[in-house]
Design a protein around this ligand. Structure first.
Ligand SMILES: C=C(O[C@H]1C=CC=C(C(=O)O)[C@@H]1O)C(=O)O
Length: 360
């Protein structure tokens, strides 16, 4: 796939071609400010020290409403799961040992993720997968983008997902964030489903997990924003697969010249994907999981006015250049009160976003 797609219910951005590559956020932001680029689109990796995948595209098509997929996209092939990394029982054991370290006070929160490897006999077309995700997750922001602009090992790889989590949106001076943290699986029985949501909203463990994210966003936005409006407690939101705790946050940029890409880089990685304190969480994630690549990163666009939308790159898969292999990730925030088996079940529910879309 050549290009970038970000589709949500009210608006979609579809960009094609590469006019220019950017090695880091500062260079990209400077190009926008100096009028050397009209729009930059792409992704920041989970690890802020690794290479970004940011480009100025050749053409950009911005339309109202979700992306209107062409009728001639190839069908999605049958896909099979070939590995779970780590094995589910190892994920449970890993979470158990993280809880021990949390109880000792080594850190306050850490996000533990696992991944599944997928194989197909025919290529998975990233845009076909995106079109299917838009249908199945109309309230999420579906994204699909070429990662080739990053390091060579991403040549021809694409990232496709449907994220429910807005990292930041900037329109003029107005900044909006909608962090998520705290999860419960949905149920088919409406009564049980409603109760699962209500229980989540009351859960001290989940509210604690959520509060770390809000504290981080408050601390990172305070130097950048005046009139920061952060509700006292979270609200409930849902995807077809899970309930989440969400907090809608708004603020006004002190310097109207601050662009959306810069704000995204200041906020990333929030404790919704890393943990608290951030450095200790990142070191632990690196040691246990290795490189998360672009899972848990940020994906979005920013124009020369500084406006833009950046989503947390979750509920996604990275597809190989031949389209025959993919890796999907899901993680969950671990705090001292977490239960290891529940955490495994939570990642399974989150993986449904991707796996359910491809018929697994
Ligand atoms: C890290 C993920 O979800 C984040 C977003 C919402 C809820 C989360 C949680 O409850 O742990 C996570 O912070 C993921 O989907 O892989």
């Amino acid at each position: 796939m050549d290009g970038f797609l970000l589709s949500r219910a009210d608006r979609s951005v579809h960009a094609i071609g590469t006019r220019r590559l950017f090695s880091d956020v500062a260079t990209a932001s400077t190009a926008l400010r100096r009028g050397k680029a009209d729009l930059i689109a792409g992704a920041l990796p989970f690890n802020p020290d690794r290479a970004v995948a940011l480009t100025e595209p050749e053409t950009v098509d911005i339309t109202d409403g979700p992306w209107d997929a062409p009728a001639d996209l190839p069908d999605l092939p049958a896909v099979r799961m070939t590995a779970q990394i780590p094995l589910p029982r190892i994920h449970v054991a890993r979470v158990r040992s993280l809880i021990e370290r949390l109880e000792l006070g080594e850190f306050d929160k850490v996000v533990a993720a696992r991944r599944v490897a997928l194989e197909a006999d025919e290529p998975i077309d990233p845009l076909s997968l995106a079109a299917r995700m838009i249908e199945r997750h109309p309230d999420a922001t579906t994204y699909a983008l070429d990662l080739s602009a990053s390091e060579d090992r991403y040549w021809g790889h694409t990232l496709v997902g449907a994220s429910p989590e807005l990292l930041v949106s900037v329109r003029g001076e107005r900044v909006t964030c909608r962090p998520l943290a705290g999860t419960a699986a949905r149920h088919t029985d409406p009564h049980a489903d409603r109760k699962a949501g209500e229980d989540l909203l009351k859960s001290t463990k989940n509210r604690t997990e959520h509060a770390f994210v809000i504290d981080w966003i408050r601390a990172r936005l305070t130097p950048l924003c005046s009139d920061l409006d952060i509700p006292a407690g979270p609200e409930l939101t849902s995807t077809p697969d899970v309930w989440h705790l969400a907090t809608p946050i708004t603020g006004t940029l002190r310097d109207p010249g601050t662009d959306a890409l810069t704000v995204a880089a200041v906020l990333h990685p929030t404790p919704a994907v890393a943990g608290t304190p951030t450095e200790a969480a990142l070191a632990t994630i690196r040691a246990t999981e290795g490189d998360r690549r672009f899972y848990g990163g940020a994906v979005g666009w920013c124009d020369s006015n500084g406006d833009g939308d950046w989503l947390v790159a979750i509920r996604c898969a990275e597809i190989s250049s031949d389209g025959l292999r993919a890796v999907a990730w899901a993680g969950g925030g671990i705090v001292a009160e977490s239960d290891p088996d529940d955490e495994l079940a939570e990642t399974t529910a989150k993986l449904r976003t991707l796996l359910g879309t491809i018929g697994l």
